[in-house]
Design a binder for this molecule. Structure first.
Ligand SMILES: [Fe+2]
Length: 243
């Protein structure tokens, strides 16, 4: 199966379950913005386990169905919405993934993982190793946020070699939206990164940009890397195939 358009694999589009969208109206606005940015497949990845949210799996599934319907009705082609979680790492969290409390990406072996921004490289490495040992394929969310990885190309490479897929927030490559834009563009230009995701939280704050990021990136990024992050890897994720 091939995906159409852009795939946004990180979003907080489901209302009232975390610090993302707070109303169905806002979710609908964000879906329209994503559609206009060329997104046709979107993973809804509400926070799991960060302690900041009131997580309720039953409520989440109900709200997901509402947003999924709205997504199907967005634009002419609609957006396909897939459920996952952005899982904050804690020791033993793989048990919660095993029993289905914390969700993988659309039921695949891929899990979107987040750590404290101040976590040490050793803690991130060991945590992700634990997730891999449990049989999952971790995607490290917004790698540009972790202080220990800032400009640390060797450490980022070590994570790749461990078997971790790496995601950057799409807005982070746009100079007027991010101080890390240069670093992020270099990582993408040199082929370190697997996925771009909007990590959208609201129509105003961290909106669902995608095409705007692609426009900035395509000036200097080799075609083969653009194709990988926009098409090849999102298709592998969608089909639960190994990257
Ligand atoms: Fe997020």
């Amino acid at each position: 199966m091939e995906t159409k358009g852009y795939v946004d694999m990180h979003s907080h589009i489901i209302p009232g379950v975390d610090d993302g969208s707070q109303s169905l109206e806002d979710s609908i606005k964000m879906l329209q913005m994503a559609y206009d940015e060329g997104v046709r497949t979107m993973y809804a990845t509400p926070h799991f386990g960060s302690g900041k949210e009131h997580y309720d799996a039953t409520l989440l599934k109900e709200r997901f169905s509402e947003v999924e319907k709205a997504a199907r009705e967005t634009g002419e082609e609609g957006i396909k919405l897939i459920l996952g979680n952005e899982i904050t790492y804690s020791p033993g969290v793989e048990e919660l993934i095993n029993d289905g409390t914390a969700l993988t990406m659309g039921g695949s072996r891929y899990v979107l993982m987040e750590f404290d921004y101040g976590a040490s490289f050793k803690a991130i490495y060991k945590g992700l190793q634990q997730i891999i040992t449990a049989g999952y394929r971790p995607i490290l969310a917004h790698i540009e946020r972790y202080y220990c990885l800032n400009k640390k190309f060797d450490d980022i490479l070590a994570l790749r070699e461990l078997g971790v897929a790496l995601q950057i927030n799409s807005a982070s490559v746009i100079p007027k939206l991010s101080q890390e834009a240069k670093f992020c563009r270099k990582l993408i230009r040199e082929g370190y990164i697997h996925f771009l995701g909007s990590d959208c939280h609201s129509p105003e704050w961290r909106p669902p940009v995608m095409k705007s990021a692609v426009d900035v990136l395509s000036k200097k990024t080799p075609e083969k890397y653009m194709e990988r992050i926009l098409k090849k890897y999102p298709d592998k994720l969608y089909n639960n195939e190994f990257i």
